[in-house]
Each structure stands twice: as C-alpha cells, then as structure tokens.
Design a protein around this ligand. Structure first.
Ligand SMILES: [Zn+2]
Length: 484
C-alpha cells in the first residue's frame, strides 16, 4: 500500500512538466493488452445479441475480455478464419458423466454436461467424485427417482428402480423422507430437481406435487420424464398442473420420445402454458429411437404387447433386434435397450420448434449405448440446419447454448455468464466448421466422434485443439447452486 502510494506520487512529480502542454490532457497511451488466447478472424455468432460477424475474441484466464473488430495480441492465437465461433453447448440431459462420455461430448461441441433427469440422491458425493477430474463442466439435480429408491429400499439394476422404488405406493411418512432427501440436495447446491414418474408409476399425484413444492421454495426447475405410455397427454397435464399450483418452473425432458405421434399436441400444450405465463420449457434430441433400461417400469406392460412390438427393440450389448423370448430373457438379466418408436417427421417437428432446446439424453458405457451421446449437436448443425435448412444456424445455436443457460440462471446465477459470446462471459467456446460439421455415430457404432469441431475452450482451456482432444488439463468446473 505504502510502496504503491510512493510510486504514484513519484510518477506525478515526473509527469508534472508535461501537464503544462495541451497534448498531455489526452489520456496516456496504454500499450494494447496481450490476451492469454485470441480466437482470430472467426465468424462470431452470439445468440443473445444476435451478433453474426467476423470478430477477434480475446480471453484472459477463464473469461472473454473483448470481442473486437480489430486484430488482437495473444500469447496463443487460434486461427478461426472460415469457422464459426459460438458459445459452448450446454447439455441439460447428460446421463453419461464419466471421462468416456465427456470426451465424446467435447468433440460434439459440449462444454457443460448436466444430469438433470435422474440426478442423484447424494449431491456432495456426486460433485466430489468429479472435482478436478472432468474435461468439461458438470452438474447434477437431486433426483426424486433416486430418493424414492433409497426410501423404498430398491437399489435397482442401474440408474433406475425395478422393484418397490418403481411399483411400491409410498406412505405419507415415506413421502416425507423422500422430501427430506430432495430438500437436503437443494441445500447442497443441486442445480435442479429431477423426476420421472414413468419410471416410478406408483408415485401418487400428491407425491409428485410435494416435490414440485420443494423445488418452488428453492427456485429450482423440475426436469421431468412424464408418465403416460398409454396416454401421453395425462403425463403432461399432471406436471403442468403441478407447476401451476406450486409455482415451480417445469422442464419437460425429450418431448420427442415421450410424445412420438402426439408431438404436435404436446408442443401446443407447452406453447399454451407459456402463453398463460407458466414457466414451462422443453427439449428434444435428433433421433427416431430412444434408450432405457430393460428392467425399468417403462416396460411394465410388456406381457400384453403384440409380437411385432418386440422387433422395434434393439439390445445394446449385441445390436440384435428382440423377440418375445429374447426380451423375457434379457429382462431377467438386465441391460440397456434401444426403442425404435418414432418417425422422422415427428423428430423434425420437435427439433425445429422454437420451443425446444437441444439436449442429448446421452449415456455410453464401454463404447456401448445410443449414438445421441456422441452425435446430438453435430447432427442438428450438420443435417437439420445445413443440409435440410430446417432451422437457421443462429436458431440452432440458441437452442444449444443460450436457451439452456437461461433455463437455469434463476437458480444458478453463474449461468448468466454461459451461453453467450460477450465481454465478461465464461470462455466456454466452440469453434467449428459449419460446412463440414456432422455426426458419425450410429446405432452400430455409437462411440464414433463427430467431426467439424476445431477448437473447444472450457473455462479458457482448449480441450479440443485443431480437432484433437487434449486431456492434459481437466478444465471442467462444477455448475452448482448455492451451498448451505
Ligand atoms: Zn434420460
């Protein structure tokens, strides 16, 4: 402090003679700053301001410090000439929260992967397991499904319940214990509340509303896989009503796969809820098939299904299509199954609707799973936006970055610094070639990475550099609500 004061007074004395000349009244010429990283000459696309122009982005540490029309000095300069520079994608539905999944998501343009639907019952342990070990940003909801599994003593075969957690009606005391787990999670900074009544069919309407009440108290959105294999609209009515009576923000996950042929109607319900000033949002992924656990309650009615239905199912471990016999065998064994149950027309409607965000619902293990984990974002950019012209590039980017950031920013104020390319924003940035970006993962080869992402910065660290993963620095940070 003292030394600083001495130096500034010395400077004043030294500069005194110059104060007498008119030129010295102009501000002193500062040397131009040298940025840690400059992304030069790229087509900067910011979905918030709708800026779409060639700019130079200057980054110091983990923040964007300038978005400049003139060239900048950087310790490192990434040449983005001919490439799009956009906010990194924020995946609101990423079950895969392991290094394998983070790598493939990074190559698909994702800088933040959030597990919002199933979530966890132990928020502290979930974050601790990933601290300083994640390539991209990560976060989790506290999950009613998981809380129910704890209370109903159903460990489940994987993420989801298969016994009393799914099918056991809960007493008032048991619902109270679930609420305690969910509230504890919110106090420990869970980003949202996750629910999936389709996986917990015994959860009563009251039980569902109790979870919404808690979410409302903590300003958390409720991310729901709605119930209703028989009638989709019942599941939508249930959660829209719960949001209306409690005031909790509602996010309906993968509207494509829960709606299938009812997609025009369910999109209309979301639009009408918004028109009534209800905080209701939704998301979609660009595939005609879904994936889930074969032992889950989603297949509770399998015995009454016609023979042809089994052929729409694909066993992930081997890629084979199922029969009644093989379904029965694998249901005893447990594992993941892909459901080919939607049409391209319905998926396209969901992807291009102005109401939807893009979210992957991705989950790979040992290279096995659904191609959406690796390919969701490049598929929307390459096939829907570029090849089909079904939506503009700016609209696609908005659905992938700005809209999901807005969804969470009330509960997690730090999200106001994501999903944007502007001064002060987090340096979570994707640089990609709009002419070539495309998914390559398939149902047979789900772990094939997308092509076209040239650079991916996570908190200012290039984890994809010149198209190649660089895992030398685990740049991902926790996205988390306030911790009490
Ligand atoms: Zn899911």
């Amino acid at each position: 402090m003292v030394r600083h004061a001495y130096r500034s007074s010395l400077l004043c004395l030294l500069s005194l003679p110059f104060l007498l000349s008119p030129a010295s009244l102009l501000p002193a010429q500062q040397p131009p700053p040298v940025y840690d990283i400059v992304i030069a000459n790229g087509r900067v696309m910011d979905p918030e301001s709708r800026l779409d122009a060639v700019r130079h982005v200057g980054i110091i540490e983990n923040r964007i410090r300038t978005v400049s029309e003139t060239p900048l000095q950087g310790k490192t300069t990434l040449d983005a000439a001919g490439l799009v520079v956009a906010p990194g994608f924020i995946d609101l539905h990423a079950h895969g929260q392991s290094p394998e999944n983070y790598r493939l998501e990074a190559l698909d343009g994702v800088t933040t992967a959030l597990e919002m639907e199933v979530g966890t019952e132990d928020v502290d342990a979930w974050y601790a397991a990933r601290e300083a070990k994640a390539l991209i940003n990560y976060g989790v909801s506290v999950g009613h499904i998981r809380a129910r599994m704890v209370v109903m003593a159903d460990p489940g075969p994987g993420l989801l319940p298969s016994g009393a957690g799914a099918n056991g009606p809960a007493t008032a005391e048991q619902i109270e214990r679930m609420a305690q787990i969910v509230e504890r999670g919110l106090q420990r900074g869970a980003v949202a509340v996750g629910m999936g009544p389709t996986y917990t069919p015994a959860a009563s309407r009251w039980e569902v509303i109790e979870m919404f009440r808690l979410a409302a108290r903590y300003g958390a959105s409720v991310h729901v896989h709605v119930r209703g294999a028989q009638d989709t609209l019942i599941g939508f009515e249930e959660v829209i009503a719960a949001a209306a009576v409690t005031g909790a923000p509602l996010h309906i996950v993968h509207i494509n796969s829960v709606s299938t042929s009812a997609t025009p109607r369910t999109l209309q319900l979301v639009a009408e809820a918004q028109a009534r000033n209800l905080d209701v949002t939704t998301e979609a992924y660009p595939y005609t098939a879904g994936m889930t656990e074969i032992q889950s309650a989603l297949f509770g009615d399998w015995e009454s299904r016609p023979a042809g239905w089994f052929g729409t199912l694909q066993w992930v471990a081997t890629g084979e299509r199922l029969t009644r016999d093989s379904f029965q065998r694998y249901r005893r064994q447990g594992g993941m199954v892909i459901l080919h149950n939607n049409t391209e027309d319905m998926v396209s409607l969901a992807i291009t609707s102005p109401l939807t965000m893009i979210a992957s619902d991705g989950h790979l293990e040992g290279g096995k799973g659904h191609p959406r984990t690796s390919g969701t974002y490049a598929r929307v950019l390459g096939r829907y936006a570029r090849d089909q012209g079904a939506l503009s590039l700016m609209t696609a980017l908005r659905k992938m970055s700005y809209m999901p950031a807005r969804r969470l920013e009330y509960r997690v104020p730090g999200m106001r610094d994501k999903g944007r390319i502007k001064v002060g924003a987090d340096a979570d940035i994707v640089v990609f070639d709009a002419a070539t970006i495309v998914d390559r993962s398939t149902y047979q080869q789900p772990a094939e990475p997308s092509v076209g992402v040239r650079y991916l910065l996570v908190n200012g660290v290039p984890v994809v550099n010149d198209g190649k993963l660089d895992e030398s620095r685990m740049a991902g940070r926790a996205v988390r609500g306030a911790v009490r």
